[in-house]
Design a protein around this ligand. Structure first.
Ligand SMILES: [Zn+2]
Length: 415
């Protein structure tokens, strides 16, 4: 048995930091939480009285398939599937060291064998965060999920490279089949590219990139197979359509209006708002903005007012918010604490952010055994030296990490 002595405790349930708390762990599970817990003489004492202890954090929007954001341009031609697989494993190792015991890998343009990495971690062959995985984006040619769009001036090459994207196609039947195959191969959920994006050069965040019959085919097929669907989506119009079709979640929603936010609340559709990728334009951080590709910067500048308004709508809403970083430029994919910094700097109550990164994310990911510190839950526990309530860099500076009762090396990614 192990007993953790907490400096302060955030348990993922109540909006407070509790003093003088202890956590008793037997093998993989928490068996008791409280003050002055009795334990056997051979219980290992883990003294974290210098840290704020919290559930292992969860990042619901990670693209794990690259080693360094400066390498992303190489993905089309110079990265092999095995290179991406190694990157996924390395990312999961680093996110765990950073105190994020679970990550949701939300697809990539090409094969990265992320389901294999997930299985290798589950079996204990390699160390890493627990992974919830959708290996591929479901998308159409030329869409935000089609990175060969930037090679469109060379149709022969871009068409040839399309063959690397197994879930890209057109037509309701294609997508019914794609959902069935993803489920067959073990996907945990389905990720679709419903609108265009900022990161891809030749489309617009306002583009609708899947037709109504394709969207309905995806959602109905996934529902019939008890699999959830989440959509990359920006515009209120399309989010409204998706909510009424029965979608489970939305990623980004960065230009959402009030009416659509109310609709999502009413239908209990979750939102992972991913503040990080748009933060530089909203907070006008010129230095970070300049690190993004030119087309990305141009689009962000063009849509700035709508992004500012959308963010206010999200922050002032009662939406069920998940926590996800979506880091593809400027910062590395394993720096999961970046999103906490963005939420706090944008004036979000820290307890709302902590709840999103723990209990709410566990619910979104369909994981019943993690997200809170309670008897019966898996012993996924993180510890933080900085003040979680006032220091926006706090979740980049991990001081302790335990996953399923086992202690791992903790690392700081604070600058
Ligand atoms: Zn993303």
């Amino acid at each position: 048995m192990k007993k953790i002595i907490c400096g302060k405790l955030y348990d993922g349930i109540s909006d407070k930091l509790q003093e003088n708390m202890e956590i008793l762990i037997d093998k993989k599970n928490i068996i008791s939480v409280g003050k002055n817990i009795e334990s056997l003489h051979d219980t290992e004492i883990i003294d974290l009285s210098h840290l704020t202890v919290a559930p292992g954090m969860i990042d619901a929007h990670v693209h794990a398939a690259f080693f360094d954001w400066r390498e992303i341009d190489k993905d089309d031609i110079y990265y092999t599937n095995s290179m991406r697989t190694l990157a996924v494993a390395e990312c999961a190792r680093k996110t765990l060291a950073g105190g994020f015991t679970t990550i949701r890998h939300i697809g990539w343009f090409r094969e990265d064998n992320s389901l294999d990495v997930k299985r290798a971690i589950e079996k204990g062959f390699i160390e890493g965060s627990r992974m919830v995985v959708a290996p591929h984006f479901l998308c159409t040619p030329g869409s935000h999920g089609d990175s060969t769009q930037k090679l469109g001036v060379n149709p022969m090459l871009s068409n040839f490279l399309e063959g690397q994207l197994p879930t890209m196609g057109s037509g309701a039947d294609f997508f019914r089949n794609a959902v069935r195959k993803e489920v067959k191969h073990g996907t945990d959920f389905i990720k679709i590219m419903a609108t265009g994006g900022f990161f891809t050069p030749n489309d617009s965040p306002e583009d609708k990139q899947l037709s109504d019959d394709e969207l309905q085919a995806i959602i109905d097929t996934a529902n019939s197979l008890h699999t959830t669907v989440t959509a990359h989506a920006y515009t209120s119009e399309l989010i409204t359509t998706l909510v009424k079709m029965g979608i489970h979640g939305i990623e980004h929603a960065s230009m959402i209006d009030e009416e659509t936010a109310r609709l999502m609340e009413q239908y209990n559709v979750y939102l992972v708002p991913t503040f990080c990728p748009y933060d530089e334009i909203i907070m006008l951080d010129e230095e970070k903005l300049a690190q993004k590709p030119e087309a990305f910067q141009k689009k962000l500048k063009y849509y700035r007012q709508r992004l500012v308004k959308g963010r206010k709508t999200i922050i002032n809403s009662k939406l069920k918010l998940g926590y996800g970083t979506d880091l593809v430029t400027g910062y590395n994919n394993y720096e999961c604490g970046r999103e906490y910094s963005a939420w706090l700097r944008n004036g979000v109550n820290p307890f709302r952010a902590l709840k999103a990164a723990t209990a709410t994310n566990a619910e979104i990911l369909g994981l019943k055994d993690v997200g809170t510190i309670q008897p019966g839950k898996l012993a996924d526990i993180s510890g933080w030296p900085r003040d979680l309530l006032t220091d926006h860099m706090a979740l980049l500076d991990c001081g302790f990490v335990m996953k399923e009762g086992k202690v791992y090396n903790a690392v700081s990614y604070a600058d």
